[in-house]
Write a protein that binds this ligand. Structure first.
Ligand SMILES: *[C@@H]1O[C@H](CO)[C@@H](O)[C@H](O)[C@H]1NC(C)=O
Ligand SMILES: *[C@@H]1O[C@H](CO)[C@@H](O)[C@H](O)[C@H]1NC(C)=O
Ligand SMILES: *[C@@H]1O[C@H](CO)[C@@H](O)[C@H](O)[C@H]1NC(C)=O
Length: 224
């Protein structure tokens, strides 16, 4: 029996600001959005000669052009990490700095990815704040903070349904996986919703060959 704990960082946006490119709203689960943000953040960290690296906190907005060689417009928040800039570590291997002096920032980036020659051009602006309270994780009822939300609500189940469908479609596992438990569900209000949902899935007895999607028949295979 195999199990995974999965984290969804998801956002949906209602704003419709005009942009010069014909951009479509993009799902933050889109792996290309993550690649674009990763490229932008890597560039930001590379350009910093001193201080600590920043790690991704949340993707707030993502738009992309349709078709090959997409251009992305992404807005994301970053938090200072414990890795020094000169360590040249990948930000995903760094931890958030837990300190009142930790810096945070917000970046808007345009990222142009060329699929053929694997080049990525980034142009971005980041503003760094030393006032961590701007995005501190807290229970306090304020705009921009994360609030724990009920994990049995329909908004969470809809996001999870889609996330698990995507997991099953993309995984290399022969069996379909099914939700076992929602560990945590949080929502942030920043010009729309950001969700952070941590959940656990386990292998079922339905093989991907026989079942295009989970059905009531698919049961989690017993432990041991
Ligand atoms: C990136 O910029 C370089 C130099 O300006 C250009 O030659 C290249 O075609 C650009 N690539 C993309 C994907 O825009
Ligand atoms: C960054 O700021 C400059 C000057 O304000 C602006 O011209 C440029 O479009 C901005 N770039 C991005 C990616 O937002
Ligand atoms: C999975 O197990 C359940 C309960 O043991 C069973 O009813 C069901 O038919 C099984 N499904 C498959 C595809 O073998």
């Amino acid at each position: 029996m195999k199990a995974f704990t999965v984290l969804v960082l998801c956002c949906s946006f209602f704003s419709s600001r005009a942009t010069p490119l014909a951009l479509e709203f993009s799902d933050c689960d889109d792996p290309d959005v993550f690649k674009a943000v990763d490229a932008a953040l890597k560039k930001y960290n590379e350009d910093r000669a001193t201080g600590n690296q920043f790690a991704l906190y949340v993707v707030m907005e993502a738009k992309r052009t349709a078709g090959p060689d997409p251009q992305f417009y992404v807005k994301y928040r970053i938090l200072e990490s414990t890795c020094a800039a000169e360590e040249n570590k990948h930000w995903q291997h760094c931890h958030y700095k837990v300190s009142a002096e930790a810096k945070t920032g917000e970046c808007t980036a345009r990222v142009h990815m060329n699929d053929a020659d694997k080049t990525t051009n980034v142009s971005q602006n980041c503003s760094i704040f030393s006032d961590v309270s701007k995005i501190k994780l807290t229970e306090a009822p304020c705009l921009g903070c994360f609030h724990h939300i009920s994990s049995d609500g329909s908004e969470v189940s809809e996001i999870l349904k889609q996330a698990i469908q995507k997991f099953n479609k993309r995984s290399d596992e022969p069996a379909l996986f099914k939700l076992v438990e929602i560990k945590e569900a949080k929502r942030q209000v920043v010009a729309g919703w950001n969700y952070v949902i941590r959940y656990e899935i386990e292998e079922t007895n339905c093989s991907k060959d026989q079942f295009p999607d989970l059905t009531a028949e698919c049961k989690i295979t017993s432990r041991g």
